[in-house]
Write a protein that binds this ligand. Sequence first.
Ligand code: PEP
Length: 253
Amino acid sequence: MAHPLVAANWKMNTTLTEAEALVRAEMAELGALDGLDVVLCPPFVSLGRVAGLVKGTRLHVGAQNLHWENEGAFTGEVSADMLRHLCKYVIVGHSERRQLFGETDEMVSRKVKAALAADLIPILCVGEVLEEREQGRAIEVVTTQVRAALEGVASTDRVVVAYEPVWAIGTGLAADGAAAEEMCGLARQLVAEAQGEGAAKYTPILYGGSVNPDNISQYVGQPNVDGALVGGASLKPDQFVAIARATAEARVA
Ligand code: PEP
């Protein structure tokens, strides 16, 4: 079984002071949850502070993005080499990056390789837009995205895949448990195709999209949903702790 994992995507929210307050408000309760990986993904400028705060606890830190080159004339970008000393995880291919910043499957694939080369664990985000779902193309879209991102990845490389239907992100229109299971099951099959059955068994597959304390159980109660990538609710300590606790209760034997 894959290790359950809950990741908090703070997006472009929190100043340094607010980031520190958020961590302090939830770290004791999150750190007490046995058998669950919790990953906090603050903005770049708060990574160092958050990493310092959670040092020695069970909590992990992740970045929200990276560039695929390690250094050079890429104003405003941050490389895997810079991140590797600050965090263990990095979100790659979030739909906001794909939609607002023009990230293509090829760029996402290069980012995944750059993360892995630096011993970072990519949290690969995939998911269809509403029109694609309505056209019955969700499976095709997610298949293309996962295949492109994981092409050439070794069986020993650790990745996390987050299925995040774009229409569910920040909208309150969460997918139902059966749809999440279908797509997370597909993601696991695609990991098996790229990295082998052994790797797929241990790869955390997450659902993301308007997850909250009231709906988390319908996702983590499914066989192929190992946890959640949480946006809005991760900025509210009581809600994020409740989501993490429900995940631990459902998935930790
Ligand atoms: C996200 O940003 O990855 C996300 C799932 O956001 P929200 O939980 O707010 O829908």
